[in-house]
Design a binder for this molecule. Sequence first.
Ligand code: IPM
Ligand code: MN
Length: 357
Amino acid sequence: SRSINLAVIPGDGIGQEVVAEGLKVLSAVLPQDVKLETEEYDFGARRYHATGETLTDADLDALKRHDAILLGAIGDPSVPSGVLERGFLLKLRFAFDHHVNLRPSKLLPGVATPLAGQPEIDFVVVREGTEGPYTGNGGTIRKGTEHEVATEVSVNTAFGVERVVRDAFARAQARPRKKLTLVHKNNVLTFAGHLWTNVFNRVAEEFPEVTTDYIHVDAATIYLVTDPARFDVIVTDNLFGDIITDLAAAVSGGIGVAASGNINPSGAFPSMFEPVHGSAPDIAGQGKADPTATVLSVALLLRHLGHDAEAARIEDAVSADLAELPRSLKGTGGTPTGRPARSTSEIGDALAVRVAG
Ligand code: IPM
Ligand code: MN
């Protein structure tokens, strides 16, 4: 479409700084005839302290009217753990049925990795986003006693598993290597694991060109470190996906470059794009955060909306920038030997110049 109506949620900490750079690059890459409209929302710790609200029904109605959402980061040490996670992030993913949590991992030339050599890393994790142990289906009895019992039930539905598995097959089919790996733990989680395996095998019959593989999640953490090249597309449940995508980010350049999309492929609700990193209060306000992960999330956003050429221009610009001025693994502006670190906005400026030129 020739216009983009974007909801912008800078959020807390470095979220504010990195989102500004993401928008800078977005404006620079869009052709004249694509009209960009943005509306900023003040969700996060400040709003919570001021009003006690995290995300109301009225907020959801307002967000619903946008084509997509760009999020910086939500979270602050002044808010008890779980309040913003459940009350904002997870609430939004569930309300907008973001069942495809897309997390690509590509080790770009010049990017530091703790792995030996410079291994081929180019895979994407399709993490289920609305089920598993994230549904809040659990409880505690005899709380606070030495006989306390807590349950946290993992919910897996044939409908929910099939739609995410199908999406992952389609993504594998569209990539040159056409390989899809199911990651689960079906030797122990025999109920959910068998549902996933059966659905996976059934959908596989519709994608004869896609090579399939299955790996237990514990073994997958070994291969992600010893042989990441074996992965092309991975599909997995919500919690396994949460854990392995942090590992994936760590081996492919760190959280400073890890992008993600919380996608509703049907388009019934807007999808949300965000860097995998958090609000990093320890470096907030200092211009030290690397905006690259947010800029790459903007590329995912553009591809989701059908602006493939502009998405590719952003990815090319990031590759060129990283090759020329490598970042440190810390995920901040980076100090390549003999060069001063660039600030958040200097990196954003450089990327904006590249995508425009
Ligand atoms: C992530 C985060 C979230 C998750 C938390 C903050 C709710 O870790 O996006 O990976 O567990 O999904
Ligand atoms: Mn996580």
